[in-house]
Design a binder for this molecule. Structure first.
Ligand code: PGA
Length: 305
């Protein structure tokens, strides 16, 4: 029985008993009608006897169903309290949390970190902001606990999980001649003055690749070592640039900078949280990893449509 029985089936049995109806149970559990029938059949097969019966359109549990329900309630309750116990262990999560992040994520990640530290105030975070090439080099040398990057190394063993989409847009000063035009073809940008990041930037690499494969190699007009400097260059009308829109909330809200409607944009690509396969994560980094992967509220607030 233990080999095939699963928690979904137990939750279903509990819901069917409470609601007296398979359709309502399916709705509550976000399952389709056929999925519910399959789960119930699976549970009955696992237990080896009928667990439900229909009397006057209402579903009732058989005697074996009642026994199974009682065990299901115990198990589900035990799992529920395990969740609470784990949450309460939060107070004990403490110590250093050393993260290296790519520049493109530097506005987003502090929001997650702030929320995390409110829950676990004894954790001491250290954030290194650098570009993709340096993040990958640090990974190879096991320098930090966690890494946030949009591009993963092929040659280094890492565990990586996507946790948020980075969205890149072509940005320009509001006075730029292409502002307001729709579906601007990529080739219309060929003669624009491009402000680009330093070599080693993953954003730069991605954009160069995109233009080269479209047959429009761009010549950088100016190279700037930080996206904040690029943002100011764009605002000042020095040129256009492809930037992560997450980092431009205030500039777009105040109309200091705007995005151009270029075909193929926004580019959407995930940021990954990664750690080395070889390094055992201690409590604080592990808790932050889990937090990033599960903290929907922060995620929603920073996930652009
Ligand atoms: P970067 O970021 O341009 O700061 O190197 C690249 C990325 O998002 O992976």
């Amino acid at each position: 029985m233990l080999k095939t029985l699963n928690l979904k089936q137990l939750r279903l049995l509990e819901a069917v008993d409470r609601l007296g109806n398979l359709t309502l149970a399916a709705k509550e559990l976000n399952l389709s009608q056929p999925a519910v029938s399959i789960q119930m059949k699976g549970l009955e097969e696992a237990v080896g006897v009928a667990l439900i019966e229909k009397i006057n359109k209402r579903i009732f549990l058989t005697a074996a169903g009642q026994k199974t329900l009682s065990a299901a309630k115990d198990i589900l309750e035990r799992i529920n309290s395990l969740g609470i116990e784990i949450e309460e262990m939060g107070e004990e999560i403490a110590g250093p949390l050393d993260i290296a992040i790519v520049t493109s994520a530097k506005y987003v990640l502090p929001h997650y970190l702030g929320e995390f530290i409110r829950t676990y105030p004894k954790v001491h975070p250290r954030l290194t902001v650098t570009n993709k090439a340096s993040v990958i080099e640090a990974m190879a040398n096991y320098k930090h606990d966690l890494y946030i990057t949009g591009q993963l190394p092929e040659e280094i063993g890492v565990q990586a999980y996507p946790f948020l989409d980075n969205m890149l847009e072509v940005t320009a000063a509001p006075s730029h001649l292409l502002v307001g035009k729709n579906n601007i073809p990529l080739k219309a940008l060929a003669n624009e003055r491009f402000l680009v990041r330093e070599p080693g930037s993953g954003t730069r690499m991605l954009i160069e690749k995109m233009f080269v494969s479209a047959g429009i190699p761009i010549t950088p007009y100016m190279e700037l070592g930080s996206d904040a400097a690029i943002t100011n260059g764009v605002i000042a009308g020095l040129g256009i640039s492809v930037l992560s829109i997450h980092n431009l909330k205030y500039e777009t809200a105040s109309n200091a900078i705007t995005t151009l409607d270029v075909t193929g944009f926004p580019l959407r690509r995930p940021w990954f949280v990664a750690h080395s396969n070889r390094k055992q994560l201690s409590m604080a980094p592990n808790a932050f990893l889990q937090f990033l992967l599960s903290h929907k509220d922060v995620k929603k607030a920073h996930q652009l449509a």
